[in-house]
Design a protein around this ligand. Structure first.
Ligand SMILES: Nc1nc2c(ncn2[C@@H]2O[C@H](COP(=O)(O)OP(=O)(O)OP(=O)(O)O)[C@@H](O)[C@H]2O)c(=O)[nH]1
Ligand SMILES: [Mg+2]
Length: 196
């Protein structure tokens, strides 16, 4: 896939705010600060389309980005961030929960986990949740640029084992170096071509 166009379309918290039409949607899920918004920017070759921050809790609504006029990336608030108030955390949780359970246009979740660390309990819960609803999901290990080559296999094994994810459903990635970007593009293409 070649990125021809990418634009922010809308953000919202309620079903009424989601885009109309039936283009496929691909969601970036994962804990706060794992790199969801950075992933979108790097895959779309844009510096600041999705807002990023070194402080967790940056993204607070569902944000829809239209790509090549053929699918949406949906950026969502991260989970597992203690400093967001309990009420906010619950309402983010509900918003995402509802979206994931009910949105017909949702075709794929890209679940981001930090390649450097053992997956958190929330990561495991999210993965189980997606599986239990039969939502197609691929796991991507972010910030892979921070792990030296000779330690890659070790980190990969820890994630595969903890999450019980098949090897071919996992990809290390880096928004800095864009390693494995071709695999990501071919995945996006499969979604658009309805081959997934
Ligand atoms: N080295 C490195 N840093 C990254 C990578 N991806 C993201 N970061 C950094 O991690 C921080 C968080 O990135 P965001 O993209 O804002 O994370 P997020 O998951 O959208 O966070 P929330 O919106 O708070 O849920 C930023 O400082 C990014 O520059 C990566 O692949 N490599
Ligand atoms: Mg974000």
């Amino acid at each position: 896939m070649k990125i021809e166009s990418a634009k922010f379309v809308k953000s919202g918290t309620l079903v009424e705010h989601y885009p109309e039409g039936d283009l496929p949607e691909i969601v970036l899920a994962g804990r706060s600060n794992v790199g969801k918004s950075s992933f979108i920017n790097s895959v779309l070759n844009r510096k600041n389309l999705a807002h990023t921050s070194s402080k967790p809790g940056k993204t607070q609504t569902l944000n829809f980005y239209l790509v090549n006029d053929s699918f949406y990336f949906v950026d969502v608030p991260g989970y597992g961030y203690a400093k967001v108030s309990k009420t906010d955390r619950e309402s983010f949780g509900k918003m995402i929960d509802l979206y994931l359970k009910q949105r017909q246009q949702l075709k794929l979740v890209i679940l981001l986990v930090d390649f450097r660390h053992e997956p958190s309990n929330d990561d495991l819960l999210m993965y189980e949740f997606l599986n239990s609803y039969g939502i197609p999901c691929i796991v991507v290990g972010t910030k892979a640029d921070k792990i030296p080559r000779n330690q890659r296999r070790k980190h990969e094994k820890i994630i595969l084992k903890a999450m019980n994810v098949e090897e071919d459903m996992f990809l290390p990635y880096s928004s800095e170096t864009k390693e494995n970007i071709e695999e990501i593009y071919s995945l996006l293409e499969q979604v658009v071509e309805e081959e997934l």
